[in-house]
Design a protein around this ligand. Structure first.
Ligand SMILES: Nc1nc2c(ncn2[C@@H]2O[C@H](COP(=O)(O)OP(=O)(O)O)[C@@H](O)[C@H]2O)c(=O)[nH]1
Ligand SMILES: [Mg+2]
Length: 268
C-alpha cells in the first residue's frame, strides 16, 4: 500500500516529478509505486506519447485520491525534450514551486530523490550525476558508457561547462529557473534538450549543483535513443557554441560603443 501523502509541503516546496514515457508499461508503474512510497511531499506527472503498449492506461489505474498521479496523454511521439517541456508547462500552470524530471525505465531510483530535493533548498537547479563521487552506472553496455562519457566531455569542452553529467535526465529545477530562462524557445525536442537546458540555466547565472545518482540500465523495454539523435545532439552543441559566441560579440560591441551610438539609446 502506498503511504498516505506526506504532510502538506512547506511553503516554496510544492514539487512535481515529471516522467516522460514511451512504451514503458513494464517499468513506469514500478517507478510510480516507488515514488508513492517515499515520504516526500511530491506529486507525479506522466507525460505519455500514445505508447502503443498501453502505458498510459496502466498508469491511470495507479492514481489514488491519497496519491494522485497526473497523466498527460499526447497524441504522438514527440521526443523526450518536448515531454519535459510539457511537464514544465504543467508545473508552472498548476502552481508548483519545483519540477523534477526522471526517466520511466527504472534507470533512475526513487532513493536518489531525497538528496536531490534537499540540494534544491540551496540551489536553483540540481543535476543527478553519475560521474561524481558516490554516483555510478550499472549494467550499461560498453558502447553506451563510452557514448555518455564522450557526450559529456564534448559538451563540457565546447560549452565550457563545469558540470560532470550534462546528459543526465534526472534533475530538479526551481520555478524561478523555468520562469527566468526562456526554456520554451529551446528548439531541440530530443536528447540534446538536456544539454541545452544546462547551458541556458548556467548562462543565465543560476546556481547549479550536482548530487550523486546510481544509474542502472533498463532491465525491460527498449531504449528510444536513435543514432541520428546522437548526431543531432552533437550538432546542437556546436550550434549552441556559435550562438553563444555571437551573443557575446554583440554584447561586447554594444559595450564598446559610446552610449549615444547604442541603438537602444538613440532617440528616433
Ligand atoms: N513522452 C515521451 N517519452 C520519451 C520519448 N523518448 C523517450 N522517452 C522516455 O524518456 C525516458 C528515457 O528514454 P530511454 O529510451 O530510456 O533513453 P536512454 O536511457 O538514453 O536509453 C524513458 O522514460 C522513455 O520512455 C518520447 O518521444 N516521448
Ligand atoms: Mg533509459
Amino acid at each position: 500500500m502506498p503511504s498516505p501523502p506526506a504532510t502538506a509541503p512547506p511553503p516554496g516546496r510544492r514539487t512535481l516529478v515529471v516522467i516522460p514515457t514511451y512504451n514503458e508499461v513494464e517499468t513506469a508503474p514500478v517507478v510510480v509505486g516507488e515514488l508513492q512510497h517515499l515520504d516526500e511531499p511530491i506529486e507525479i506527472l506522466i507525460v505519455d506519447d500514445a505508447s502503443p503498449d498501453g502505458t498510459a492506461d496502466t498508469i491511470e489505474r495507479l492514481s489514488t485520491s491519497a496519491r494522485p498521479v497526473h497523466l498527460l496523454r499526447r497524441s504522438s511521439k514527440q521526443g523526450i525534450g518536448s515531454a519535459h517541456l510539457a511537464g514544465f508547462r504543467f508545473g508552472l500552470d498548476n502552481g508548483f514551486d519545483r519540477v523534477i524530471t526522471m526517466d520511466g525505465d527504472r534507470s533512475h531510483g526513487a532513493s536518489d530523490l531525497p538528496p536531490l530535493l534537499e540540494a534544491l533548498d540551496t540551489h536553483d537547479m540540481v543535476i543527478g550525476s553519475r560521474y561524481i563521487p558516490g554516483g555510478g552506472v550499472e549494467n550499461w553496455p560498453l558502447h553506451r558508457r563510452l557514448l555518455s562519457r564522450f557526450a559529456n566531455w564534448y559538451t563540457r569542452t565546447l560549452l565550457g561547462l563545469p558540470y560532470h553529467d550534462c546528459t543526465s535526465g534526472y534533475r530538479g529545477y526551481r520555478r524561478s529557473v523555468l520562469e527566468g530562462v526562456d526554456v520554451f524557445s529551446i528548439r531541440a525536442s530530443g536528447y540534446s534538450f538536456l544539454e541545452q537546458m544546462v547551458w541556458r540555466v548556467d548562462d543565465a547565472g543560476f546556481r547549479i549543483c550536482e548530487t550523486p545518482i546510481h544509474f542502472v540500465d533498463r532491465l525491460a523495454g527498449k531504449s528510444k535513443i536513435e543514432s541520428r539523435e546522437i548526431f543531432r545532439a552533437a550538432w546542437d552543441v556546436v550550434a549552441t557554441r556559435r550562438d553563444l559566441r555571437r551573443s557575446r560579440r554583440t554584447q561586447q560591441t554594444k559595450q564598446s560603443q559610446p552610449p549615444s551610438e547604442r541603438p537602444s539609446d538613440r532617440a528616433d
